[in-house]
Design a protein around this ligand. Structure first.
Ligand SMILES: Nc1ncnc2c1ncn2[C@@H]1O[C@H](COP(=O)(O)OP(=O)(O)OP(=O)(O)O)[C@@H](O)[C@H]1O
Length: 312
């Protein structure tokens, strides 16, 4: 649905994008993560036909953003990180304005707009002036605006930025609904653990270049992000801790009243073999769990440099 090939963008002599490649299948929710200034907004603006690339190509459903921008615009809903809302409108009027500019007939809009307001939890604000809405509400209204022409693809540049925790959760719930509706979504954010819950894939960009891309679990596996294993045995817990220290892929073994905790740098296969060996050694295993590492761990592992410190 989205195909970005060797995309570059230079501002004067500064290379904001250096041959970026991204491929996103229909129905995928793609989390686009990277520190400030990495090139997320630049990539998304090009995809939204608002900025011309210096070289390379980007297409939506087969339509190239530079050759067929009108076809692309019909298929995308774009939510920029800065948004202008027309304060003198009421929320309903605001959506009518956008619906009309997409050529949607009045009768159709009359049916559609209450549905959109319901989707973004603003039904009780249908008569409110945009001016009077909170930041979170304005952001949800902006999202409703992106959906007016029922686009297949949503390009959302930091839709949860500046929102308080409750407003972020509301935004996340709406995005989950959009995913269920089959939309292809590319969403950028600094709030990595929040993305983790809803994205199918992530792409990590740093200094204008993609540094990793794929399913979160695959990236974790390929990077061998350290897992923490929690192991409880019926007896001889201390002895197990000592034996684990000699195991490959195991480091930093601790033992306490809750069991043995070990850092593990192997993948799924090695983890399963380790469990087998512990059982072969005659331990009666009560539980063998892996503490879930999250997107933040993945991100920090990939971008190791100082740039990641800028993340919220
Ligand atoms: N119009 C411009 N002129 C010159 N440099 C620009 C321009 N727009 C963006 N840049 C530079 O391009 C780089 C990428 O910017 P971009 O806004 O795409 O980053 P980002 O990943 O979206 O960052 P953030 O998370 O802070 O929004 C930055 O170094 C930025 O300063």
């Amino acid at each position: 649905m989205i195909e970005i090939k060797n995309l570059t963008k230079t501002y004067g002599s500064f290379e904001a994008l250096k041959s970026v490649n991204i491929s996103i299948d229909k129905g995928t929710v793609f989390g686009f993560v990277g520190p400030n200034g990495a090139g997320k907004s630049t990539t998304m603006s090009i995809l939204a036909t608002l900025l011309l690339p210096t070289s390379g190509s980007a297409s939506v459903n087969g339509f190239d953003v530079t050759q067929h921008p009108h076809e692309v615009r019909k298929r995308i809903g774009y939510m920029p990180d800065f948004f202008g809302v027309y304060d003198h409108f009421k929320t309903t009027e605001y959506l009518h304005f956008y619906g009309a500019s997409y050529g949607i007939p009045r009768a159709e809009r009359d049916k559609l707009i209450p549905q959109l307001l319901e989707l973004v939890n603003l039904s009780d604000k249908k008569e409110a002036y945009v001016d009077s809405l909170s930041r979170g509400m304005k952001q949800r209204l902006c999202l409703a605006r992106c959906l007016v022409h029922d686009p297949d693809v949503l390009i959302l540049d930091e839709p949860a930025s500046g929102l308080d925790p409750r407003a972020r959760i509301e935004m996340r719930e709406i995005l989950k609904e959009l995913k269920l509706m089959g939309k292809t979504i590319i969403i950028s954010s600094h709030i990595l653990p929040e993305l983790a819950e809803m994205v199918d894939e992530i792409g990590v960009i740093e200094h204008g270049a993609m540094v990793a891309q794929g399913k979160v679990a695959d990236i974790q596996n390929s990077l061998r992000v350290k897992r923490v294993l929690h192991i409880r045995v019926l007896e001889r817990s201390e002895e197990l801790a000592v034996q684990l220290r000699d195991e490959a892929y195991v480091s930093q073994v601790l033992s306490d009243a809750n069991g043995v905790h070990a850092h593990f740098s192997g993948g799924d296969a090695e983890q399963s073999q380790l469990l087998g060996r512990i059982m072969d050694l005659g331990y009666q295993v009560v539980s063998f769990n892996e503490a879930q590492s999250n997107l933040e761990d993945v991100f920090l592992e990939i971008t190791k440099g100082g740039a990641s410190n800028e993340l919220a």
